[in-house]
Design a protein around this ligand. Structure first.
Ligand code: NAP
Length: 247
């Protein structure tokens, strides 16, 4: 549970309104942040916002629709945020993501492209748009947190597309941290196997096999959000360009 009010006065954009993204929104709101949650599925975003503690200083949280793989859609959301709050988000968590698993020998090109489009290009587009908006408003101070995955580091059978996309997210994050070092920190969180709608799709026999690789011998909770709150806050002010494993 939240232990402080360290996110008061932060405006935070979280993409992906279910699973980990929803847990991040709850944690941020409980620490005082005003949260904008944006998802491909507007209903999921609304459901997430409806369950949040009220924003500080009377600021309302916002639910938005976004397709992170579309530059136009990303731009529209950032414009809407600035119109509504008169500022860009100073915290951004890129948690939108998909899987389309198959073995390398049979993986369709279309499924490879789709996963790269959402997970890697989507993270690029949102990171770029938020950073551009912060620079344009003359107060480039912020924290961008990208959801990678442990499989981007170690690989995973049936996930050539997904693991490549997540390895890309780490490279993107490290480079963004170097280029934006004037005030915008960029870090990655690498979850292991976390119980969410994404992993609900994985067959039990695969989960049981994967659990033999997990030191704690169990799936994690979306409490990955605790690490995101740390990275969003000034407690991590000397941390950028790194990846934190939650495995
Ligand atoms: P999730 O519950 O499926 O959440 C992902 C969300 O992203 C869904 O609400 C999904 O909407 C949304 N989304 C999909 N495509 C989108 C798009 N083009 N634009 C905007 N939103 C889109 O999965 P999760 O487990 O919380 O995953 C969150 C992040 O953590 C992902 O990046 C995932 O790769 C990463 N991760 C998860 C695990 C794990 O074990 N769960 C491990 C490592 C990393 P729809 O439901 O409408 O598709």
């Amino acid at each position: 549970m939240a232990s402080s009010s360290r996110l008061i006065s932060r405006l935070a954009l979280v993409t992906g309104g279910s699973g980990i993204g929803r847990a991040v929104c709850q944690r941020f709101a409980s620490e005082g942040a005003t949260v904008i949650v944006a998802d491909l599925n507007q209903d999921a975003a609304v459901e997430t916002v409806d369950a949040l503690q009220r924003g500080q200083k009377g600021l309302e949280h916002m639910a938005g629709q976004i397709d992170v793989s579309s530059k136009d859609s990303v731009k529209k959301l950032i414009t809407r945020i600035q119109t509504c709050y008169f500022q860009p988000p100073s915290v951004c968590v890129n948690a939108a993501g998909i899987t389309q698993d198959d073995f390398l020998l049979s993986l369709e090109e279309e499924h490879f492209d789709k996963v790269i489009q959402v997970n890697l290009k989507g993270t690029f587009l949102v990171t770029q748009a938020v950073a551009q908006a912060l620079v344009a408003c003359g107060a480039p101070k912020g924290s961008i947190i990208n959801m990678g995955s442990i499989v981007g580091k170690v690989g995973n059978i049936g996930q050539a597309n997904y693991s490549a996309s997540k390895a890309g997210v780490e490279g993107l994050t490290r480079t963004a941290a170097k280029e934006l070092s004037f005030g915008i920190r960029c870090n990655c969180v690498l979850p292991g196997f976390i119980t969410t709608p994404m992993t609900d799709k994985v067959p039990d026999k695969v989960i049981n096999k994967l659990l033999t690789l997990v030191p704690l011998g169990r799936m994690g909770e979306p409490a990955v959000a605790d690490v995101c709150a740390f990275l969003a806050s000034d407690d991590s002010r000397y941390i950028t360009g790194t990846s934190i494993e939650v495995t």
